[in-house]
Design a binder for this molecule. Structure first.
Ligand code: MTE
Length: 313
C-alpha cells in the first residue's frame, strides 16, 4: 500500500507573518478558554448572517435550494430518517461550544468556537456534495481551508492522520441505538488529505450560520469524498500516528472504507455508484453520471498516485 505522507509543518517557517501574528492571538484565545471559562451567550440556534468573501474552487452549478439542503439530512444523532434531523436538531445548542485538540501536538488545546470561526476570513465556496446513498446536492458552504487551523495547532512530525469526533450528548441528542453507531460519531482523514486546500472547515452555508441539522456550529467538508466523511458538530480533533477508527467503517467495513473517495467504478455492495440523483429545485430530480472524485480529480487525484482505489475504497 502506497501512502503519501506529509512532514510536519513548522508554522513559524512557512506561515506568512500576518497569519503567524494572528495565530498568536488564536492560541491566546485557546488559553483564555482553558483558563477563564466560556463567556459566549447560551441559547438555541438562530440564523446569523456571516460576512464572507468569494472563495476559490467554486463550481458554477446552481445551488440546491436551502430548504431542501436543510430538510433532507443524515445526522443519526437525531434519528435515522432523512427528515429526523430537521425535526429534532433544534435541541442542539451551538453556543457555548468548544473544540478540544489533542494527540500528536505540543500541548492539548481547547478553543472557543468564536475564536476558531473568526481566525481567518470566511469564504463562500459552492461545492458539489455527493452522498454514498447515490444522491447529490450543490451547496454554497462558508468556511476556510482546514489547513489554516492545522498549521495553527502545530502538529508533531508523527501526526499522519486526523480524527474528528462529533458531540454525543444525551441531553441534546437522541443517539439512537437502532443506528448501530458507537457514539461519538468518528471520522478521519490522512494528513495530506486534511491539508488539501479544498478541505473546508465549515461554519455556515448560504451566507449564514449552519443550521443544527447541518452540523452546527462546525463541521468538515471534503468535497471529493462521500458525505459520510464530513463529520458534523465537531467537539474534538485528534492528531494521530495511525489510521483512526471511523463510525461507518466500524459498522460495515466491506461497505464503507476509510478513503471513501467518490468512485463511479467502485460499486457499493448493494448498489451502483455510477450515477446519482441530483437534488435541485425541480420536483423530479435528474439522474446524472457520477464523476471520479466527484469532479475534483484534477485537484486531488495525485494524492492517490500508485494506490489501488478499488482496494482502498
Ligand atoms: N456527522 C455526524 N456527526 N453524524 C452523522 O450521522 N452523517 C454523515 C455526515 N456527517 C453524519 C455526519 C452522512 S452519512 C452524510 S451523507 C452527511 O453528513 C450529510 O450531510 P447533510 O445532512 O448536510 O447533507
Amino acid at each position: 500500500m502506497l501512502i503519501k505522507t506529509t512532514t510536519a509543518i513548522p508554522s513559524s517557517e512557512i506561515t506568512p507573518q500576518d497569519t503567524f501574528l494572528n495565530r498568536r492571538s488564536f492560541l491566546t484565545g485557546a488559553a483564555a478558554v482553558a483558563g477563564a471559562g466560556i463567556i459566549a451567550p447560551q441559547g438555541l440556534w438562530a440564523a446569523t448572517k456571516l460576512s464572507t468573501t468569494p472563495g476559490k474552487f467554486s463550481v458554477s452549478e446552481t445551488p440546491t435550494p436551502l430548504k431542501k439542503a436543510t430538510s433532507y439530512n443524515n445526522f443519526y444523532e437525531f434519528g435515522t430518517d432523512k427528515g429526523d434531523p430537521a425535526a429534532n436538531a433544534h435541541k442542539l445548542k451551538p453556543r457555548p461550544w468548544t473544540i478540544a485538540v489533542e494527540g500528536a501536538i505540543q500541548k492539548p488545546l481547547t478553543f472557543d468556537i468564536d475564536t476558531v470561526q473568526n481566525y481567518r476570513p470566511l469564504e463562500d465556496r459552492v461545492y458539489r456534495f455527493r452522498c454514498v446513498e447515490a444522491w447529490s446536492m450543490v451547496i454554497p458552504w462558508v468556511g476556510y481551508s482546514f489547513s489554516e487551523f492545522v498549521k495553527a495547532c502545530s502538529p508533531l512530525p508523527s501526526a499522519k492522520y486526523i480524527q474528528f469526533l462529533s458531540l454525543a450528548d444525551r441531553k441534546q441528542m437522541d443517539l439512537p441505538d437502532s443506528s448501530g453507531i458507537n457514539w461519538p460519531y468518528s471520522e478521519g482523514l490522512r494528513m495530506d488529505e486534511a491539508m488539501h486546500p479544498l478541505t473546508l472547515l465549515t461554519f455556515g452555508s448560504y451566507g449564514q450560520t449552519l443550521e443544527p441539522q447541518q452540523g452546527a456550529p462546525i463541521r468538515i467538508i471534503v468535497p471529493w469524498k462521500y458525505g459520510f466523511k464530513s463529520a458534523k458538530s465537531i467537539v474534538k480533533i485528534r492528531f494521530l500516528d495511525k489510521m483512526p477508527r471511523t463510525s461507518w467503517n466500524d459498522l460495515a467495513p466491506e461497505e464503507y472504507g476509510f478513503y471513501a473517495n467518490v468512485n463511479p467504478k467502485h460499486s457499493h455492495p448493494r448498489w451502483s455508484q455510477a450515477s446519482e440523483r441530483k437534488i435541485d429545485a425541480s420536483l423530479f430530480p435528474k439522474q446524472v453520471a457520477t464523476l471520479p472524485f466527484n469532479g475534483y480529480a484534477n485537484d486531488v487525484a495525485s494524492l492517490y498516485n500508485g494506490m489501488n482505489l478499488d482496494k482502498f475504497y
